[in-house]
Structure formats: C-alpha cells, structure tokens
Write a protein that binds this ligand. Sequence first.
Ligand SMILES: Nc1nc2c(ncn2[C@@H]2O[C@H](COP(=O)(O)OP(=O)(O)O)[C@@H](O)[C@H]2O)c(=O)[nH]1
Ligand SMILES: [Mg+2]
Length: 356
Amino acid sequence: MRMKTFRAANSTAAFAKVKADLGADAVILSNKTVTENGAKCCEIVAAVDATPTSTKPRTKENVLEDALTGSTGWQREWSQIKGQIMALMKPQMDPEILSPRQRLAMEYLEREDVDDKTLARIFCELREDANRSIITVLESMVEARPFRAGCFDNTFHAFAGPGGVGKTSSLIRLALREKKNNPKARICLATADGGRGKGRLVLKHYAELSGLAFRDLVTREDFISLCKESNQFDKIFIDLPGLPGNTSLEDFTTLYGIAGCKDLSIHLVLNPYYSKPQFERFLAKYKSEQLASVIWTKLDEACTFGSILNMAFASGLPVSALSYGAGLKNSIAPATREMVWRLLFMRKLPGGDIQP
Ligand SMILES: Nc1nc2c(ncn2[C@@H]2O[C@H](COP(=O)(O)OP(=O)(O)O)[C@@H](O)[C@H]2O)c(=O)[nH]1
Ligand SMILES: [Mg+2]
C-alpha cells in the first residue's frame, strides 16, 4: 500500500491532486482542515494499492487503440446504443400521421435544437390524438418550480455546475432577492470555492454589504460546524466550485459530508448553449439524489432554448430560475412555465427582450 499526503486550498483541489497522483482507486484515510502560513487549507491522506492496474506501455499506438475500441467505458457504449435506437425509430416517426398544426410545432422544436430523444417522446404523445396541443405534451415534460419562499422550504441550497456558468452570480442574486422580499430573513452565504479567490471575495463582499452571514467551507469539519449552527439561519446558500475533470458531484458531496444532509437541495446551473455530448457528460457528472432543480443562466447569450426541454426530459428536474444578464440587478427571475414557453416559442427573455 502506498500512502501520501496532499495539501490544497480546499477539499476539492486536494481531492483532484489525489486522483491525479494516485488514480481513481485511491482510498481517503483522513481529510481535515490545517493551517499553513496562517491560512486555512485542506490536508488529505490517501492510499492506493501498490500493484499497478495496467502494465501496458502508453505508446501512441496504444492510446489510439484504446480510444478506437471505446475503452472510455459503458457510457460510450450506451450512447452508441441510444444512437442506434434513434436511427431505427426515425423512419417510424412519419410526420404525415400528425395534424398540420402538430407537424409545424414539431418542425419548430427541431429548429430550436430539441434533440431526437425528446422529439420522439413528443411525437409518440401527439400521434395518439390529432387535436392534442403541443403545449399539453410539453406541460407533462417540463416542470417549473420557482425559486422563492414556499417552493423550496429547506434551509441549505447549494449551487453546482461547470466553472464560469454563473453559480456565484445566481447565488448572490437569489440571496439578495430573498433578503429584499423578507428583510427579517437570517441568511448565510457559504463558499466551498475558496481556492479560486475571486468568487469567494465577491460573495464575502456582498454578504458584508447586505448584512448577511458569511462562512468558508474548506473541509467537512467546516460543513459540520455550519450544520451545528444552522438553526440560527433561515436560508444557507452554498457556492460550490466547478469540479475538476474526473471529480463527480457525488465525490464532492461525500468528501464534504454534504451527501448525508437531508435539509439540502442542490441546484444545477447551466447555460443553454452547451453541446449535446457536453450535456450528457453533465448529466453523469452531476447525478445526485440531492439535485432539486436546474437554473438556466446566460439566456441573453443564447439563440435557441431547446436544451431546456432536453434537460427537463433527460433529468426529470424542474426549472427553478432563469438568468438573463450579467448585472446583479433585474437579471434573474424565479421560473414559471409561461416564461419557459415564451423562451421556447418566442425566444423571449423573462425581462421582455426577444433574442435574434
Ligand atoms: N450575459 C450574462 N452573463 C452572466 C449571467 N450570469 C452570470 N454571468 C457572468 O458570467 C461570469 C461568470 O459568472 P460566475 O457567477 O462567476 O460563474 P461561476 O464560476 O459559475 O461562479 C461573470 O462575468 C458573470 O457576470 C447571465 O445570465 N448573462
Ligand atoms: Mg463562482
């Protein structure tokens, strides 16, 4: 057994070092907050079986062969199978079966980047009844659950998603909104994104400016302390870091002890203009029992909104908020179904602007 100690600004960064150095099979022996040069940081002791898993030399030919034989695992195989199922289904999706109005709606959605899987489901519903409106089908596929009091009553709300997607901005905007609507609300902003610097400072700044509490989450010890004082707060908003390549949300929540917290919802923040394989990757990477909604940001930079429908269908998650501008004022709205329909069918942003 090979044992090694890793230090980094927070658990995520330390865990990424563990994986990069010892591989995915590494076992974490301890994970604690330590002080280095006066600053809090995370120290992980990890171990791995000394026997190497593969003896194959990493020559150019071997790398190419691995790639071509699909050694990236079952995900690739499954996506190939799905592709084949769709290829078999497509000729069965005869548009002539639909009423002209339904056909027009299907063609429209295809142009708006609604994917084949979602279109196939809509088609199957429509062909049962020529009078069925597409909106009633979509209503069964997309739920809106506005991010406001009464809809998400739990205390902890964590914001996850790729780096730069708009997690910190959405968190601040929603926290300030909550404070404005309910000035007596006791709100805490916490960051597990300490290593990145800027996001943490922005969060701290807004917390101080608006009279909100602020906490740093460097390791699970900090999360445990926050849980202990959580009855002092009505809402705790947690800013999560963009997770490094091979770290999943479940790795992260387990590492921080967040996974067992029943009073916590995770909101996945996404932009509508990622590519299809990228969305599939996010679905696998951010899979979690605690995922409660999707927040769509940078709508003002998108020109189609089909991915909102694709994601709702693939994940079963409701849409909770829509962000449509870089500024902190008047740029986020708790989502309603009408807003989603207006985006999808009129490219109209919640603020009223229409996208070209
Ligand atoms: N145009 C536009 N920019 C946004 C939106 N939301 C966030 N941003 C910008 O995107 C950048 C990254 O946002 P940030 O919240 O730091 O992302 P994070 O890395 O996920 O926390 C910042 O410059 C934000 O101002 C939005 O809805 N529209
Ligand atoms: Mg951030």
